[in-house]
Design a protein around this ligand. Structure first.
Ligand code: ASP
Ligand code: MG
Length: 405
């Protein structure tokens, strides 16, 4: 008997039949004697259509009210699952984020969980209730409803699992687990049985869409045992392990890509102290995340500086830099939205050399030009032209011996 948190994503609760399936699955684990807490996403597509509705009422809808609206998606599925379980004779109780005491900061649409009070959940479990909680939502200290950012119900689940000290947290989704690459792009991708939180953290931030980034941060920080599994079969899925696991592992565990990048280049920037601060302070003041930066040294006291930002922030960042360029007397500002970031990730890299060379050679063999490079202890990323992203993923997957037979 264990305390199990299960999270079901949008496709797993997309219609009444699928909600019934979820109910059966939860009931089965409950019947085995486990205590069950279930976190739900909205039905697939609902969050998008709510956002569209808000967009019809105002060009830039008020952020507080948008969160009130978006929270209804998860409210719907939580109540529907509880209704279903009760009709099957199970003692179920649904809770919204604030009722489950999910306290966040007040950053609407991208709030961070600051605390979860476990009392109400725990006392309901002690009375042998199945507790169904609306994911993706919380409330701030003033009681305003907040949401955690797209895909945030994974984070709700892992954070709640940490708060109530669950034995495990199972994230049910529409794929069998975490793959060595996106199976839609690379048909030879394989499911990974075990992956370290560290690697998963990199992969989630580099474009692997299977888990919300902050859910992995919670898993790592609070030592939550997380499994990613399919809600459509009984397969084991992928297990996230903390620390370096003892199994034999390849140097590279996965290849990811993201088309959510854009680059901005400032040409002929005066090469003087304080210039980088002038270039990047206004960007960070505007809450825009800069990812990669490269600076070339040139003759004549001038240099070119290139950096990447999320594609969604491209226009804003470009406008900001046009002003900066005038101020610092840079020659020109260029922007390019048609780029992609392709990355190889693996804990094994820490103790192996030659990974970068292998990556560059594999890209060269496909005639793919590398625009920018960045590295960390367990990752190498290259910016390439957007049209080459998929080809690059496949080439690297093969080069690092990840293809399934
Ligand atoms: N429903 C929210 C979204 O679509 C949260 C989630 O599914 O995790 O982003
Ligand atoms: Mg998701």
């Amino acid at each position: 008997m264990a305390l199990i948190v299960q999270k079901y994503g949008g496709t797993s609760v997309a219609n009444p039949d699928r909600i019934r399936n979820v109910a059966k699955r939860v009931a089965k684990d409950f019947d085995r004697g486990n205590d069950m807490v279930v976190i739900l996403s909205a039905m697939a597509g609902v969050t998008d259509s709510l956002l569209r509705l808000a967009g019809e009422m105002a060009e830039t809808p008020d952020r507080r009210e948008v969160d009130v609206l978006l929270a209804t998606g998860e409210q719907t599925t939580a109540s529907l699952l509880a209704i279903t379980l009760k009709s099957m004779g199970y003692p179920a109780v649904s809770l919204l984020g604030f009722q489950a005491e999910v306290v966040t900061d007040c950053n609407y649409s991208n709030a961070r969980i600051v605390d979860i009070g476990s009392n109400r959940i725990t006392s309901l479990i002690e009375k042998r209730n199945i507790v169904v909680i609306a994911g993706f939502q919380g409330c701030d200290a003033e009681g305003n409803i907040t949401t955690l950012g797209r895909g945030g119900s994974d984070t709700s689940a892992v954070a709640i699992a940490a708060a109530i000290k669950a034995d495990k947290c199972e994230i049910f989704t529409d794929v069998d687990g975490v793959y060595t690459a996106d199976p839609n792009v690379c048909r030879k991708a394989r499911k990974i049985d075990k992956i370290s939180c560290e690697e998963m953290l990199e992969m989630a931030s580099l474009g692997a869409k299977v888990l919300h980034l902050r859910s992995v941060e919670f898993a790592l920080k609070h030592n939550v045992l997380v499994y990613v599994r399919s809600s459509f079969n009984e397969e084991e899925g992928t297990m996230l392990v903390n620390g370096s696991h003892d199994m034999e592992r390849p140097v590279v565990s996965g290849i990811t890509y993201s088309k959510n990048e854009a680059r901005i280049t400032l040409k002929k920037v005066p090469d003087q102290p304080g210039i980088a601060a002038k270039i990047f302070t206004p960007v960070s003041d505007a809450n825009i995340n800069v990812d990669m930066i490269i600076q070339n040294t040139r003759a004549g006291g001038q240099t070119d500086l290139t950096f990447t930002v999320p594609k969604t922030e491209f226009k804003r960042a470009l406008e900001i830099e046009r002003k900066v360029a005038e101020e610092i007397k840079a020659e020109a500002v260029w922007g390019d939205e048609h780029i992609a970031k392709v990355s190889v990730t693996g804990i094994g890299m820490k103790s192996h050399s030659g990974v970068a060379t292998k990556m560059f050679s594999a890209l060269a063999a496909e005639n793919i030009n590398i625009i920018m490079i960045s590295t960390s202890e367990i990752r190498i990323s290259c910016i390439v032209e957007e049209k080459n992203a998929e080809l690059a993923v496949r080439a690297l997957h093969t080069a690092f011996g990840l293809d399934k037979e």
